[in-house]
Ligand binder design. Structure first.
Ligand SMILES: Cc1cc2nc3c(=O)[nH]c(=O)nc-3n(C[C@H](O)[C@H](O)[C@H](O)COP(=O)(O)OP(=O)(O)OC[C@H]3O[C@@H](n4cnc5c(N)ncnc54)[C@H](O)[C@@H]3O)c2cc1C
Length: 287
């Protein structure tokens, strides 16, 4: 591991000032479950780690009107244990539960999961399907960007030098809408997602009015599948309709090459995940 400077600001203002001063080689350190591995493997050109864990502005889960504001430092275990999340966006708790082991869930954060931009990141597909955005702060001000626009590719995000992800804004689904997430791994427990899918559906009078399907872990960045979502809209979703939409979802993809899974198997599993997510979201909408 190469040498690096370490600092631990106590406020958001102090953190963005330090990041601006230290420049390109400065990286925020949250739970450290990803960044420390990257440092050990010498894959990160970091000259300074800015430990953001003591910053109170990055903590907390609150309801703000028709959305939740989830602080960037919220751990996966905190997402799982939050009654507010369970009551309003249970799919986020469900996705957090799928991740790794308790040790990782106790340290890994929602901000780190998004900023790491790993194709298999579990929180990203449901956050995108829900229409979530990230709130970013720097020495020159704050801005809000949709998660779909923020994640640019494998380990690539639309963050500007000196910016910190402060919180995630998640719209709470209206009463006739629901979101579901399905993922498969090559391991029984603790494995990262080999394929995943999130489905957001809203209904009116037994008919699907709005659908959003997002695939994870199949291409370098999460993929919206507009054609399949459009196919669901205006239908009363049945097993056959979900199956047809799932088939549509995997046509024209460029699956990532990965020695763990063949392209054919990954596509097949993705199809199953879409079907499962669509049927679960539909069952939830009609409950
Ligand atoms: C054994 C193991 C198993 C895992 N399994 C899974 C899994 O099943 N599913 C899954 O999705 N992930 C998994 N992960 C990956 C990881 O645990 C998660 O992505 C976690 O959420 C990362 O959060 P962190 O706080 O530890 O990020 P860190 O390691 O602290 O940071 C990751 C990156 O994000 C940046 N960053 C962090 N917070 C901010 C912020 N607020 N503002 C700006 N930049 C920021 C850092 O600079 C760094 O580049 C696994 C990791 C390990 C080691």
């Amino acid at each position: 591991m190469r040498d690096f400077e370490y600092c631990r600001p106590q406020s958001l203002k102090e953190a963005v000032t330090v990041l601006a001063e230290k420049g390109k080689g400065a990286y925020p350190l949250a739970g450290g479950t990803d960044i420390l591995i990257e440092l050990k493997r010498r894959r990160l050109p970091a000259s300074c780690l800015v430990d953001i864990k003591a910053i109170p502005e990055l903590r907390g889960i609150e309801r703000e009107g028709d959305a939740l504001r989830i602080g960037a430092l919220t751990t996966h275990s905190e997402l799982l244990g939050s009654s507010l999340i369970q009551e309003t966006v249970p799919v986020i708790a469900h996705a957090a539960r799928q991740m790794a082991f308790p040790e990782i869930r106790n340290r890994g954060t929602i901000g780190g999961n998004i900023c790491n931009a790993y194709p298999a990141a579990d929180l990203v597909p449901p956050l995108i399907a829900l229409g979530s955005s990230v709130l970013l702060a720097s020495a020159s001000g704050q801005r809000e960007v949709g998660v779909a626009e923020f994640v640019l590719g494998s380990r690539q995000i639309a963050i500007l030098p000196g910016e910190v992800l402060v919180a995630v804004k998640v719209p709470v689904p209206v009463s006739n809408a629901a979101c579901a997430y399905a993922r498969a791994s090559t391991r029984k427990t603790g494995g990262i997602a080999a394929t995943s899918a999130a489905a957001y559906l809203s209904a009116d009078g037994g008919v699907c009015r709005q659908a959003r399907i997002v695939l994870g872990a199949i291409e370098a960045k999460p993929r919206f599948v507009a054609e399949a979502a459009g196919y669901l809209e205006g239908t009363s979703i049945s097993e056959d309709v979900a199956k047809a939409a799932a088939k549509m979802s995997v046509s024209g993809l460029s699956p990532i090459v990965d020695p763990r899974l063949s392209v054919q198997y990954r596509s097949y599993m993705t199809e199953l995940m879409v079907r499962q997510a669509v049927l679960e979201a539909w069952a939830e909408v009609n409950r």
